[in-house]
Design a binder for this molecule. Sequence first.
Ligand code: COA
Length: 262
Amino acid sequence: MPIIQVNGRPIHYWAGRKGFIERRDFVLFIHGAGGGQYTWSYQKGFFEKEFNPIIIELPGHGDSGGEGEVEIGKYAEYVYGFIKSLKLPRLFLVGHSMGGAITQTMALRYPELIKGIILVGTGARLRVLPMILEGIKTDFKEIVPKINRYAFSRNTPSDLIDKGIKGMLQCRPEILYGDFMACDRFDIMKEVENIKLPACIVCGEEDELTPVKYSQFLKNKIKGARLEIIPESGHMVMMESPSLFNQKIKEFLVSPIFSENK
Ligand code: COA
């Protein structure tokens, strides 16, 4: 899988098994705190059939390695640099949780680069339970399974939760801490209404880390946004209900409507 230098750091990404195909829309997937390529493993096969999907691994995560950041705005600058380095045309961004905060920041800073945004399990403000921040510092190996038990809905099979735990444990404690600090500091409740792009907001009905209320707020503030609430799913909705999730995203990608008057 390719690695490019962005703002002086190596950035690893996945871009489908056949490379970019002409006349297809580009869709860039941005993972959340402690995430990586594994976050989107159930999207790869589906989206490469009709789109040009790209999965970025943020600095400090997965095979990108190196240091992470403690501010959403800094991560957004890597995503911007990544889009510019690859000379990507106007594209769709799909951001999960912290990745959703990065996506909102991109939508405010660089709307000219973006065709539409998909905000998954996220919010305009992402305060973090002190127990999570403290736990990462004091007992990383114990807090990661705890975070994942909050992140998946109650009836999730244990092997899927284990996949989440294994993925997050690949992240170094200081990187995970930085990610959650970045989330905790993120607050664009007053600015989010300035996003003027087609938007699809997706949330698991049982999401405990970013409750449905956060997504409803986004829908009310972003004009013309559509909201998809996925039943029997939690914060990791794209892993928990991949078929329905992928279908809803595809419906939006083929018909991304933005209405000023809605
Ligand atoms: N969209 C809409 N409303 C939001 C919001 C968002 N993104 N973020 C917070 N709010 C609301 C809350 O629901 C609350 O409303 P209420 O007073 O009517 O109950 C109010 O704004 C204040 O909430 P908050 O800013 O979160 O502060 P708090 O001191 O009440 O709670 C936490 C702090 C950490 C306990 C709480 O944010 C929480 O439970 N977070 C979810 C768990 C978590 O750690 N998630 C990780 C996200 S990456």
